[in-house]
Design a protein around this ligand. Structure first.
Ligand code: GAR
Length: 203
């Protein structure tokens, strides 16, 4: 039976859209909920256009992280996901939250982890003169931007790159990598997916 997937977003939702479109095409998993912690996240419109149930749990409406997470968990528990994909979800989740869905929460991060955890990854890759950059899909553990790697896509850094140009090329990679990793994960195959520049049809 196809796996139920919940996707957590905070912004544009391009990864969510790629994940959802990939699921429709491959038919191994299906999106059952898109949840945003931001009311005006563009991803909510993208979810609506795809007829995916979507909801908002805005962190600003709650007095602390525990009550915000309890509200998110209530939505998730009602949707009964087998897998949760964090797709540009910009809130740190507590160990208690992660524990509830241990081993079933995936995240995409715009760097070649373990390099450049946290924010501003493209600028930091340029600052230190990295020859390669990219994105990583990993299982979420209690530590930020950590956990077993399920997939990575690499691109070369060009001499003329700016944080913006690098971000744009990494995004292209994200849209291919995350759906491929989710498909494999939903089939129960935990072998990491590695993509290099030579696999890329865009850059
Ligand atoms: C993506 O580039 C994703 O890698 C990044 O946020 C962007 C979301 O874009 N995630 C993180 O930085 C998490 N640490 P999207 O909303 O258009 O998918």
């Amino acid at each position: 039976m196809s796996k139920r997937v919940a996707i957590l977003i905070s912004g544009g939702g391009t990864n969510m859209a790629a994940l959802s479109d990939g699921m429709v095409k491959r038919n191994v998993a299906r999106p059952v909920l898109v949840l945003s912690n931001e009311r005006d996240a563009r991803g909510l419109e993208r979810a609506a256009r795809r007829n995916i149930p979507h909801s908002v749990v805005c962190h600003g409406d709650y007095r602390d992280r525990a009550s915000f997470e309890a509200a998110v968990l209530a939505e998730l528990d009602a949707a009964r996901p087998d897998i949760i994909c964090l797709a540009g979800f910009m809130r740190i989740l507590s160990p208690d939250f992660i524990g509830r869905y241990q081993g079933r929460v995936l995240n995409i991060h715009p760097s070649l982890l373990p390099r450049h955890k946290g924010l501003d990854t493209h600028a930091r890759a340029l600052e230190v003169g990295d020859a390669e950059h990219g994105c990583t899909v990993h299982l979420v553990t209690e530590r930020l931007d950590d956990g077993p790697v399920l997939g990575q896509a690499r691109i070369p850094v060009r001499p003329e790159d700016t944080p913006e140009s690098l971000a744009a090329r990494v995004r292209e990679q994200e849209r291919g990598l995350y759906p491929a990793v989710l498909d494999q994960f939903a089939r129960g195959d935990r072998r990491p997916v590695f993509r290099t520049h030579s696999d890329c049809r865009v850059c």
